[in-house]
Design a binder for this molecule. Structure first.
Ligand SMILES: Nc1ncnc2c1ncn2[C@@H]1O[C@H](COP(=O)(O)OP(=O)(O)OP(=O)(O)O)[C@@H](O)[C@H]1O
Ligand SMILES: [Mg+2]
Length: 290
């Protein structure tokens, strides 16, 4: 479809909010089939970047391409229709609706409803269409193991399960690209392991390209193909997880200048001793932020 072009291309994107520079000349690409993570300290611009790709924000400068087509100024709905799905850092479910209905809402871009399909309804086409949607939703429910809560009201579910339902809703769009904003935040270890497995399967079995923001460095290193690091709105490193974690700029961003200097010897053998310390530093900052 895209030949050799990357699925996502972000070129020199900047974004400001009344004087606050959230993103500054950020460029990167994500290849089809990649599991790409964006990391960085709180306020680094990670969610802003995802919002620029999903269409929630329009960059003040620069351009974004999806499957070879410029989407910089397209509305979020138009991007969803092109195959860009997302989940939110702060859950965005219809709390009063059932799990099943929440997931069906995710399919609305795929439900043909116009004058012509209105006419088709009378000839039985709509029933077939509905059956097709139900089947697709059932597949997602099975995959994410949420069959037992399908009739539950979303708002009554524990946080970890709501995160999973939100993922189900994003998947219902059958996206080629899925943007995940901290899919494991606030989860216990077991829930995190489950979620990491789902993300890997979405990527490997379903062939969906993934861009994930995540603060848990262990998970990021374990499952990402490539990682980009943002700090104060700028890209400070990008590459394979181990190399990125060992990058002096990354240590400095997470641990401060002095700590980075203390860590310097660990770089000599090409592996970083900073990842566990970063994980602690980062989870500490998350606790403070919540
Ligand atoms: N809608 C907005 N209006 C004003 N400022 C914003 C808005 N969205 C983001 N910002 C600012 O842009 C900067 C980057 O925020 P962003 O939410 O992208 O960071 P983040 O890396 O996702 O942080 P976190 O890890 O805490 O989620 C911050 O200074 C933030 O206050
Ligand atoms: Mg964020």
């Amino acid at each position: 479809m895209t030949g050799d072009r990357p699925l996502v291309e972000v070129r020199d994107v900047s974004l400001s909010f009344r004087g606050v520079r959230a993103l500054s000349h950020v460029s990167f690409h994500v290849d089809k089939g990649e599991l790409f993570s964006i990391i960085g300290p709180n306020g680094a611009g990670k969610t802003s970047m995802l919002n620029c790709i999903s269409g929630r924000y329009t960059p003040s400068d620069g351009a974004i391409y999806f499957a070879g087509r410029e989407i910089t100024r397209l509305k979020p709905n138009a991007r969803a229709a092109l195959g860009i799905g997302r989940t939110f850092q702060n859950l965005a479910l219809f709390n009063h609706m059932t799990v099943l209905d929440n997931i069906l809402v995710g399919r609305h871009h795929l439900i043909r409803s116009n004058f012509l399909t209105g006419a088709l309804y009378w000839f039985g086409g709509a029933e077939r269409e509905e059956l097709k949607h139900r089947r697709a939703v059932e597949e997602i429910i099975d995959f994410l193991e949420i069959s037992h809560i399908r009739k539950a009201i979303a708002g009554t579910l524990p946080y970890g399960l709501r995160k999973r339902v939100e993922l189900a809703r994003a998947l219902a769009l059958k996206p080629d690209l899925i943007l995940l904003d901290e899919p494991m935040a606030g989860m216990n270890l077991e829930e995190k392991e489950d979620m990491a497995r789902y993300v890997i399967d979405i990527n490997e079995e379903w062939g969906t390209t993934v861009v994930m923001i995540e603060h848990d460095m262990g998970v990021v290193v374990d499952i990402s193909h490539r990682v980009m690091v943002l700090d104060f709105g700028r890209k400070i490193a990008e590459g394979e997880p181990d190399a990125v974690m060992a990058h002096p700029n990354v240590k400095k961003a997470y641990l401060g200048e002095d700590a980075a200097a203390d860590e310097a010897p660990a770089e000599a053998d090409g592996r970083s001793a900073v990842a566990p310390a970063m994980a602690t530093a980062v989870s500490g900052s998350r606790v403070a932020a919540q």
